[in-house]
Design a protein. Structure first.
Length: 462
């Protein structure tokens, strides 16, 4: 019994005993300016964060996008070196929560080594998380195993991408740091953890990292493929019979965008690049059965994939060009929020940043898409700057649809319409059946008073 116990303990230690490359790890100090989407006219708050990063080939530092997003100053520090080096963001993918940093002083890389990437992983593989989490200043290592390899939504972008779940501890400050296997090979970047859980954390796998690094090669980030195509699993027997699937399997296309030229509603996608799609929407991969999206995530925007389709009970093959189609309401990253103040009322584009504080606004546009005549939703901000021109009005957060009977196509269009109002009254109409009518001359001149009373710098940010 005693001998067996000694053997088990020794075996456990041997899994993680390999010497860690501490000269492949960096600590990142970020000074950011975080925009305020509720009060966009206010000066952005200055905040300071720390994170971790990994040195990879060609003198690059790989980290998380959320560690360096909106950074005004980035400093990098090596272990056992008191000096901080200046760095800048070279490439960033908010979709994949990844960024590549470039050092101003290349002498930084003296006496460092880079980590080699590998995607040869499986569940129950031993992993080590390296980084600079809160609670100390030196390198921290935690160990665990790969629990799952599956698709989840990334917290930073809400993009549905491949993740690796591990049971090693990840804490604030670990973000962007390397996760390595027992051969000191990089298998992923620490990204997020599940709240109110015990050691359930997620990393960005090298499968996604490699696609991002390939995207960087042309000097421009195109992102990961996305489209406004909606699909449905085909698990019901009556549904299978209706579409004459017989022994075939696939997923049903239930809705396509106005710009879609290849796929049609009621198409059944049977396979992607010769990989059969099961009725639950999964395909075979080297890891396990995963979402069919896996077949897209190693491709670049503009590349073609081959689809096998069942259309009107006839099998056909189609070439499909991947693209990154923007949503009508999207996240804004690394930009100051736009706004305009008119007659004491404030308006802004409806982004997910603003909708997060007013979720009811976004519900009105569920599954709606960009069209030629409607490229951006405009909403009113909850704040009204009281002035004699707007006395008696209460508005709140509402969706603006018309100004003087002109349909508003975008925020830029709203600015143009307001600048060119010539009539005595300016009439705002809202989706929620509200109406605001202002005296045009008084509304346009009111900012002179508002600027002094509320200490505003400008009536707009375009």
């Amino acid at each position: 019994m005693y001998i067996k116990l000694i053997f088990i303990i020794t075996l456990s230690l041997n899994i993680f005993a390999k010497e860690i490359k501490t000269n492949s790890l960096v600590k990142i100090f970020t000074t950011t300016s975080v925009p305020n989407y509720l009060y966009p006219w206010q000066t952005s708050k200055i905040s300071h964060f720390t994170g971790s990063g990994a040195i990879i080939s060609n003198n690059r530092i790989l980290t998380s996008a959320h560690v360096v997003s909106s950074a005004k100053l980035i400093e990098i520090k090596k272990e056992n070196d008191p000096k901080r080096y200046l760095a800048k963001v070279k490439y960033i993918s908010h979709q994949a929560d990844l960024a590549v940093l470039e050092l101003i002083d290349k002498n930084f890389f003296k006496n460092t080594s880079f980590l080699t990437l590998t995607d040869k992983i499986k569940t129950r593989d031993a992993v080590t998380v390296l980084g600079y989490p809160v609670g100390g200043n030196n390198i921290s290592t935690t160990t665990g195993i790969i629990s799952r390899i599956e698709y989840r939504r990334y917290v930073w972008s809400s993009k549905y991408l491949l993740t690796i779940q591990i049971d090693a501890a990840i804490n604030p400050g670990n973000s962007g740091g390397p996760v390595v296997n027992d051969k000191n090979e990089l298998i992923g970047i620490a990204m997020m953890k599940l709240r109110k859980s015990s050691n359930i954390a997620y990393i960005v796998p090298t499968y996604i990292i490699n696609t991002f690094l390939e995207d960087c090669k042309d000097g421009k980030i195109d992102g990961f493929a996305s489209s406004n195509i909606y699909t449905q699993k085909i698990n019901n027997d009556t549904l299978k019979k209706y579409y004459n699937l017989n022994k075939r399997t696939g997923i049903l296309v239930t809705k396509v965008s106005n710009e879609e030229k290849v796929l049609k509603e009621n198409d059944i996608i049977l396979s992607i690049d010769n990989k059969d799609i099961a009725n639950d929407g999964t395909i075979k991969t080297k890891y396990s059965r995963l979402s069919f999206i896996y077949a897209l995530n190693s491709k670049q925007i503009g590349e073609n994939i081959k689809l096998k389709i069942l259309r009107n009970k006839i099998e056909i093959y189609l070439d499909y060009t991947l693209r990154n189609q923007e949503s009508l309401i999207k996240y804004e990253f690394e930009q100051e929020p736009r706004y305009v103040i008119y007659g004491g009322f404030a308006f802004t584009p409806l982004s997910k940043n603003y909708a997060y504080k007013n979720p009811s606004l976004e519900k009105s546009f569920y599954q709606k898409e960009i069209t030629k005549d409607y490229t951006e939703v405009v909403a009113s901000l909850s704040t009204i700057f009281p002035h004699k021109v707007n006395r008696g009005y209460y508005l709140g957060a509402k969706i603006l649809i018309k100004v003087n009977d002109i349909n508003i196509k975008s925020f830029k269009h709203l600015l143009y319409v307001l600048d060119n109002v010539k009539s005595e009254f300016t009439i705002f109409e809202f989706l929620e059946n509200k109406k605001i009518i202002l005296n045009t001359k008084e509304a346009k001149s009111s900012f002179k008073d508002l600027k002094d009373v509320y200490h505003l710098n400008s009536d707009k940010r375009e």
